[in-house]
Design a protein around this ligand. Structure first.
Ligand code: COA
Length: 257
């Protein structure tokens, strides 16, 4: 029986040993508002209550995985109790018991990469595009994104991509180790499904213990907990005059296209 959890901006379903978490604001390319971050965290906890789950596919509805932080809410002062919500979202994904497979198409921007990097395995369409524009928006990448990118990409490439904000494609992301597979766009669903079927055929205990073990090892190599203070940099950036001017120019460029 398929169970669906009641969320506003995403659809979470559990069906026996498999689940699905789909960001669901396709007309806006699945932006990550504070509300959505909180919903992802709650969905991760909801999946953990379903003890039969082995695999959860994490995806974005429509033509893109996610365009990152919701820039329409950028200048709204977030309540202080919300300041760690991005960090909590990423940690909740990391800590989910089931294996998570990110299905990436279209754009995967900023916080969208943090969501993807919180997943265990990542498959992208060959047409997928990535970028981390936070610095152009006058803020450091937060939400625990830095340690997760260092974990997946290494420090030098993380610094380059975050500092330069240059877009990169699926082939580069695969070569850097961020993606497990890059497949033709038309076969993305089939390729995700065949990986899911391989995982579902494995014994649950050994499968989930392997995830937990790798996470324990990477946590001791690149502790995500050390990014606890990254919300301070984010909030400072939102008040920095040079950063605000850069953000204004960025948004003007975006809306002039
Ligand atoms: N937050 C809120 N809305 C967003 C968004 C975001 N991050 N990114 C895109 N949208 C909205 C657009 O405003 C547009 O809405 P509209 O149709 O009502 O005008 C819709 O999604 C489609 O976006 P559009 O820019 O027309 O698509 P595109 O294919 O030409 O470009 C991107 C895609 C991702 C390159 C471009 O939308 C973009 O750069 N977005 C901002 C990414 C960003 O800076 N994220 C923040 C990271 S910190």
């Amino acid at each position: 029986m398929i169970e669906t959890a009641p969320f506003d901006t995403l659809v979470a379903t559990a069906d026996g040993n498999r689940g699905s978490l789909q960001l669901n604001r396709p007309d806006k390319l699945n932006p990550l508002s504070m509300h959505t971050l909180h919903e992802i965290e709650l969905a991760a906890r909801w999946f953990d209550e379903h003890h039969d789950l082995k695999v959860v596919v994490v995806s974005g509805a429509g033509r893109s995985f996610s365009a990152g932080a919701d820039i329409t809410a950028f200048n709204e002062a977030a309540p202080m109790e919300d300041r760690q919500v991005g960090w909590r979202m990423a940690r909740a994904l990391d800590e989910m018991r089931a294996v998570t497979v990110a299905r990436i198409q279209g754009w995967c921007v900023g916080g969208g990469l943090v969501v993807a990097s919180g997943c265990d395995l990542r498959i992208a369409a060959d047409t997928a595009r990535f970028s981390i524009p936070e610095v152009d928006l006058g803020i450091p990448l937060a939400w625990g994104g830095i340690p997760r990118l260092v974990r997946e990409l290494g420090p030098a490439l993380t610094k380059e991509l975050v500092m330069t904000c240059r877009p990169f494609d699926a082939a580069e992301a695969k070569a850097a180790g961020f993606l497990n597979r890059v497949v033709p766009e038309a076969t993305l669903d089939d390729e995700v499904e065949s990986l899911v079927q391989v995982l579902l055929a494995k014994p649950k205990l050994a499968l989930l213990e392997t995830k937990a073990h790798v996470n324990a090892v990477t946590e001791s190599m690149v502790g995500t907990g050390r990014s606890w203070a990254d919300a301070d940099g984010l909030f400072a950036g939102l008040r920095d005059a040079e950063g605000r001017a850069s953000a204004l120019a960025y948004v003007e460029r975006l809306f002039k296209k």
